[in-house]
Design a protein around this ligand. Structure first.
Ligand SMILES: [Fe+2]
Ligand SMILES: [Fe+2]
Length: 414
């Protein structure tokens, strides 16, 4: 298989689970349009317990029960693989830019990070030094990141398998990207085991909810998540290079090369989008582009502002960090999407801040002891506030941009 635990030197736990799980069997029956949701993760009662120091639910010793799915948690995706096969069928689509795909395949095959993800003895000791509230938030950060990386692994792995016959070059690129994501997820899961709270990724594969997105939406969402991932990792890395006193755990030292994987993945989706001009060249494409940009930016802004103490523990200002990441991701995205929101207006941030304050109220209601009917009553005006601000963001100023004729993306500078 493309994934090899030995490459990363870090992924024995992930390797074990991946071998135990069979993504073909897991994904194939769930690929119909209506099969987007499966049952929630159930913890076997006989093995369940609590991590007393941090209050996490445990599946068994050293293995954390995955957090419950919410609107803001990372998702696992599935798509219409038949449509993907059609789209990249070389006989039916002779004009596909195969030269560009072959050049990309050669770059992915070079495997720049083959020896990058090797742990050292400082990890475990550094984890022991993270205590109290930051420890809990740290584990949550690792879990969210690991789940997001693993989600990429599952989707790319399946695409690599399904496109093998119709377009071996594109299929191989997906398989090599799944190799990268498996390394990333494995590295993060190993980091979680430093905190005695690893995830059972095989169990998660079989039991987590899968969200169905048709290929067009997979392209927008995945392009954005790769590029925003790039900007998050590189921004944290650069910050910690400038402020080494906040380097509390060695994971972040790996982010510089790591984020280049994400950047390459994003560039591949950029090439895929350009090969499908119908997703870039009309008013519907513009609306969907705007919608997906806003969904990704709002989700990150709300998520990170729920965990400001994590970023503060790294010496970062959450708002500044998030704004920088959103603005840079938006500039990058403007090179390919036909339209993006204008993130550099005071109005845009006014609505984003309003969402933060509404979210805080929502969390406070959830945590209160009020009866359910009263909570529902209190939530109604908050949901109305969410709708109002989201609508205002959607109808806000936009930037007309992108072109599928644009030059390949230049190297990104920070
Ligand atoms: Fe990744
Ligand atoms: Fe990636």
């Amino acid at each position: 298989m493309a994934f090899a635990a030995g490459h990363s030197g870090s992924s024995s736990l992930l390797g074990t689970h991946l071998q135990a799980s069979n993504t073909k069997q897991v994904l194939a029956p769930r690929c119909s349009r209506k099969a987007a949701r499966v049952q929630a993760v159930q913890t076997p009662a006989s093995t369940a317990g609590m991590d007393e120091s941090m209050g996490f639910k445990m599946m068994r010793k050293g293995v954390k029960q995955a957090s419950a799915d919410t609107v803001l948690t990372p998702r696992f995706y599935t798509t219409d693989f038949d449509q993907m096969e059609e789209m990249f069928n070389l006989e039916k689509n002779p004009t596909l830019p195969m030269d560009e795909f072959e050049a990309m395949l050669s770059e992915f095959s070079t495997d720049y990070n083959q020896t990058h993800f090797v742990r050292n003895e400082t990890f475990k000791k550094a984890a022991e030094g993270v205590q109290g509230e930051p420890r809990k938030i740290f584990v949550e950060f690792l879990e969210r990141s690991c789940t997001a990386e693993f989600s990429g692994f599952l989707l790319y792995k399946e695409l690599g398998r399904r496109l093998k016959k119709t377009n071996p070059v594109v299929a191989d690129i997906f398989s090599l990207m799944s190799r990268d994501e498996a390394r990333h997820a494995g590295f993060l899961n190993k980091a979680m085991s430093d905190f005695n709270l690893a995830l059972d990724l095989g169990f998660l594969t079989k039991n987590r909810q899968y969200t169905f997105f048709k290929p067009q939406f997979i392209f927008y969402a995945t392009y954005l998540s790769e590029k925003i991932g790039y900007w998050r990792y590189i921004s944290i890395y650069r910050h910690l290079q400038r402020n080494p006193d906040y380097q509390i755990y060695p994971l972040f030292e790996y982010f510089e090369n790591w984020c280049q994987d994400e950047n390459r993945h994003g560039d591949f989706f950029s090439a895929l989008l350009k090969s499908q001009p119908q997703y870039l060249n009309d008013w519907k494409a513009k609306l969907w582009s705007r919608f997906f940009c806003l969904s990704v930016y709002v989700t990150m802004y709300l998520n990170d502002h729920q965990r400001t103490s994590f970023y503060e523990s790294l010496g970062m200002n959450t708002t500044q960090f998030n704004r920088h990441v959103i603005i840079e991701t938006n500039k990058t995205t403007a090179r390919i999407f036909p339209e993006v929101p204008d993130c550099e207006t005071p109005e845009f941030w006014k609505h984003m801040e309003a969402l933060i304050s509404l979210n805080k109220k929502l969390i406070a209601i959830g945590a209160s002891d009020a009866p359910q009917w009263q909570k529902n009553l209190q939530r109604a005006p908050i949901f109305a506030g969410f709708a109002k601000n989201l609508l205002a963001l959607f109808n806000g100023k936009t930037v007309d941009c992108g072109s599928y004729d644009l030059q390949p993306e230049a190297a990104l500078a920070v």
